[in-house]
Design a protein around this ligand. Sequence first.
Ligand SMILES: [Zn+2]
Length: 454
Amino acid sequence: MERHASRFFTAEANRSLQRAKIYFGPYKEMAAVREKAIAIPTDLPSTITPRDIYTAAFNGTQVTLWNKLPRPEGSQWIGLPDEETPVWFQHEKGAVLPAWNLFANILGLLTFREEMEITTRDSHGRFMAAMSPRSKAGLLEVPAFNEAVAIVVAGCLGLEREDRPAFDLTNCVTNPGVILSHDVDILLGNDLWTQSIRLYRMFAPLARMKAPDFANAKWIVANFRQPGRYYLDDIKRLVDAERFHGARSSFYLLNGAAGRFGARSGSRMISEAVKHIPDGWNTGMHYNYDTFLSEDRFQRQVSELSDILRARPVSGRGHYLRFDARESFRFLVRQGILCDETAGYADRIGYRCGVAGFFQPFDETQGKALPIWEIPLVIMEGNLVEQYQDEGIEAFSRMLRHVSKVGGALSVLFHPGLYCNPEFPETAGLYDRLLAVIARERAVAVSCRDLLNT
Ligand SMILES: [Zn+2]
């Protein structure tokens, strides 16, 4: 909470947070606090199925809370901002208790409790958004961690100024961040796999007694003639667009084993791609499909990429977003990764950990935080257009505006091969529009490295 607040709230707000008395402990003790303090119960049970979902007005937006806590007994307590949808219960002597299970909700999200309890996975071993109980409840686009921190910060500021929690953070939240990254899956569009998939798509309609889709022939020929077109060639254009908008990003490079799920273009062209990535931009590793939890293969990929980059990659994201909540963090720490952006959903946009920003995962076996920063992926371009069709830009603006009210940063993944590729008209041109929204909302668009260094 402190590291998050130091990045996304002003110095004044941070001083107030530091000065405030915040207690964590059993409900009985918390309800017995009688001084001006925030008292957060840590022993009240909850389940991964959200109950009593409600919203409350907060700093010009709506926060969404769930798992209500019992109201402390006695007439000395009042609900704030009102009795109907309380965010806090305050005792007349000043003590303030959250009205929802802040501690269990947030701890559950930061420790992937849903996917520890639900064992279903897809064919790539992934926990999908559709498997989360929050999906049914419509809560996947609620950055619950950010909202909780914002509520606590406003609580501290209000207690200090007026002996009562505030619900407003005017001039206390810093500009929102957007963490941009690109998984460089394909550099040349003429590899056997990409061309075979097109050939398949061309004739697949025949199986349904429909005419072949000859548009695919066009892309086969286009990439046969100019293999880098729409892929390698677009990296430079993408960087130019970012530069124009004052943005920077990360490129996660896929090298190592080739194949349908592997590095389709091989490693040969990566040094060409790197020439287009200027200083100040971040380069990292797109962990190949077959390196998932395999030390040998991961290290082989690291060493090959280190030779190409002339530096060891310390940031990255898993290809196909392969991630295991129990093992991945400790594994990545052992591989020398300091910053990972994998923990998002492959099937929709949203907050897998309830976090818009970054956090250090907690290792229960060691009883301490691991030396790695997770920046959970929030938005992948394909999911944005699939979920919201023509309203993808509006959905993105809405999420960014909300984050600007509660403090935080959105991690956005855009594949270079979808930047300006007429084969995929839904995403062609979308990135420029996203960059324009980012500039309009005065968000700071950076790479993970920039974010963690500030
Ligand atoms: Zn990938």
